[in-house]
Ligand binder design. Structure first.
Ligand code: SF4
Length: 214
């Protein structure tokens, strides 16, 4: 179910939301930021302490790592829309519960319907699982699913979904950081190929076929 809201109404609803218990401890809800007609959406798990403080997504240490890798690969952070599965910080950065994800899903679904992205990049297991659930596709865990391009229907949209690990996992683990870089290279390649023909989602770029599922 999505909301028949304008962007302003949607962001106000998120900032004042009490649909799940996470509103009790938040300083700021974090709706997301970026162009409202972005070609690419990045979706993480939940705001952390810095994001909760500032009301902006991916502005803490993990967000800075993500932004640095993106910019090094030529993906401008300003060109993508970045948000999370849940919009309020879970206490002690625990994983959001299924109930919290379900209650908050109405906002993510509305954002996806409004933005109509061509590519969705999921960051971490929770984000991947949530988007695959929306696409009615089977999710088999982040380490099995990451690093590939999946062509799927989410609501009435045909999108490429590219799961990767959460940048927080790459902060202190060079191996995971390298996996994140590898996966974001695939994102860049996908953006470049799709940019040449953004309307035609049936035209699968030849070089993507080697790691494309479905
Ligand atoms: S996490 Fe989502 S559903 Fe829960 S209070 Fe925040 S905005 Fe509302």
């Amino acid at each position: 179910m999505s909301l028949d809201y304008s962007w302003q109404e949607l962001e106000n609803a998120i900032r004042n939301c009490t649909r799940c218990q996470l509103y009790r401890n938040r300083k700021n809800a974090v709706p997301g930021e970026g162009p409202k007609d972005a070609f690419v959406m990045f979706i993480g798990e939940a705001p952390g302490a810095t994001e909760d403080e500032m009301g902006r997504p991916f502005v803490g240490a993990a967000g800075k790592l993500l932004t640095m890798i993106m910019e090094n690969l030529g993906i401008s952070r300003d060109s993508v829309y970045i948000t999370n599965v849940v919009k309020c910080r879970p206490p002690n950065n625990r994983e959001p519960s299924d109930e919290e994800i379900e209650k908050c899903g109405i906002y993510l679904e509305t954002q996806i319907r409004l933005i109509k992205p061509k590519i969705i990049v999921t960051l971490g297991n929770i984000a991947g699982k949530t988007i695959f659930f929306m696409g009615k596709e089977r999710w088999e865990g982040i380490m099995k699913m990451r690093g590939r391009v999946y062509n799927m229907k989410i609501f009435d949209l045909t999108v490429y979904v590219i799961p990767t690990i959460h940048p927080a996992a790459g902060l202190y683990n060079p191996n995971l950081k390298n996996l994140l870089i590898q996966d974001l290279k695939i994102v860049k390649e996908c953006i470049d190929k799709m940019s040449t023909n953004p309307q035609d989602m049936t035209a699968k770029p030849k070089t993507l076929l080697s790691y494309m599922k479905k």
